[in-house]
Ligand binder design. Structure first.
Ligand SMILES: [Mg+2]
Length: 414
């Protein structure tokens, strides 16, 4: 058995997406922190699991749920127009005693739901999930969210309580929807006013943090003009919305020098974090860390979203070069995040799991933050839905997501 955790967790996001089982769960090392957490809550989990064992899986259904953005989401440095959102795949799990839980399940379909039904029919729920640790290694990753929701519904507790309720009652959330709206459409670009207008809508919705997409010069504008626009957009946003904290994300579209030029150019605009300025590497991040220190900026370095190599990230952490760990909530998996988050806390690394694409992931990540703590901010993907009641998850007046008492993930299907 290999005892070096770094070699156990070399699994890219792409591998996770392709994986058909949750076998990858075992890839993230258990930590002393998690073992302690289990011991603390041993009696509670014992009682909860005893209740769950009285429920047997009756059937698993597929359904798609509507989830649309409030506006056209345009380009970032790496990708073209993102569109308006749309229907998302979900799995619904029913028990023989009439309980139900559901969750986002990318890649799921009717045939798969049928096969999962056959696989787990008449099995006690505890064969699939343990409240102390999450879904079992033999259970398909696509059931991770649905089974946590189901367990919470049966027990009458929110998922964050199952996780230990160790986080704050309120966690900041940021708008992740400030894209390159100044250049959309490319042949008739509206200019910076469009970005300011859209950010105003996000502020009205309740956000007091926003992440600005940068890196226009990677492919959509001439290099120098793109960098200048990134700087202008950032400065104008900060000037227009002085009560908003900004973050920036280049989707690996900057060079090291671009990063210095951008951070120099925005002057005294203090970003909460700089996300994926360029493909993470030790040499570049060492220089970026030195730059931030020398210039007196308090901006955190955030990475680990795009094709994360957990071994590389582990190495950056060991060298003190990663402040905020961003790997995707679905990509890594909810159960895997339950394991990883406490170990990051012990190493002094904050988290802000990537949620872009659907507001469902914003909700799941809020429960990680409320349940386990150590979360800097939760990425908000503003969506409205004719199928999902998101009303418990609107930001409060200070721009926070606030704990609620609804069982499971607190998302009613309409
Ligand atoms: Mg990103």
């Amino acid at each position: 058995m290999n005892s070096n955790p770094a070699t156990k967790i070399q699994i890219s996001r792409r591998d996770f997406m392709k994986s058909t089982t949750i076998g990858a769960v075992t890839a993230v090392p258990l930590t002393a922190g998690l073992v302690q957490a289990r011991a603390d809550n041993h009696a509670e989990h014992g009682a909860w699991n005893e209740i769950l064992t009285g429920h047997k899986i009756e059937r698993i259904e597929f359904r798609s749920v509507n989830d649309r953005y409030p506006r056209l989401v345009g380009r970032n440095s790496g990708k073209g127009v993102h569109g308006y959102g749309g229907d998302r795949p979900a799995l619904i799990v029913h028990t023989d005693r009439g309980a139900m839980g559901w969750g986002y399940a990318p890649g799921a379909n009717k045939d798969q739901a049928h096969n999962l039904s056959n696989q787990f029919q008449d099995k006690p729920l505890t064969n699939l999930l343990n409240t102390a640790t999450g879904i079992r290694d033999s259970v398909h990753k696509q059931l991770d969210f649905a089974l946590h929701d189901l367990a919470g519904n049966i027990l009458g507790i929110p998922v964050y309580k199952m996780l230990g309720d160790k986080g704050p009652d309120k966690v900041p959330t940021y708008s992740g929807m400030v894209y390159f709206d100044d250049i959309e459409p490319l042949d008739k670009p509206p200019g910076i006013e469009q970005v300011l207008f859209n950010a105003g809508a996000d502020r009205a919705f309740g956000y007091r943090q926003m992440k600005i997409k940068v890196g226009r010069g990677r492919q959509w504008m001439e290099h120098g003009a793109g960098l200048t626009r990134d700087i202008e957009v950032t400065r104008e946003l900060a000037k227009t919305y002085p009560d908003v904290t900004f973050l920036a994300d280049a989707n690996d579209g900057f060079s090291l020098q671009d990063t210095f030029d951008y951070l120099d150019g925005i002057g005294d605009v203090e970003l909460l974090f700089m996300e994926e300025p360029f493909r993470e590497n030790i040499d570049g991040f060492t220089k970026l860390r030195k730059y931030l220190k020398d210039s007196g900026k308090k901006t955190y370095i955030a990475d680990g979203e795009a094709d994360p190599n957990q071994r590389e990230l582990d190495d950056l952490i060991a060298r003190g070069l990663l402040d905020v760990h961003l790997t995707d909530t679905w990509g890594l998996g909810f159960t895997n995040w339950r394991r990883l988050l406490p170990s990051l806390e012990k190493r002094g690394v904050l988290t802000s799991p990537h949620t872009w694409g659907t507001r469902l992931k914003t909700v799941y990540t809020a429960h990680l933050a409320w349940g386990l703590g150590n979360t800097l901010t939760v990425e908000g993907v503003t969506c409205f839905s004719k199928d999902i009641d998101y009303s418990l998850y609107n930001p409060d007046q200070e721009g926070n997501l606030v704990k609620n008492d609804a069982p499971g993930f607190g998302l009613k299907l309409k």
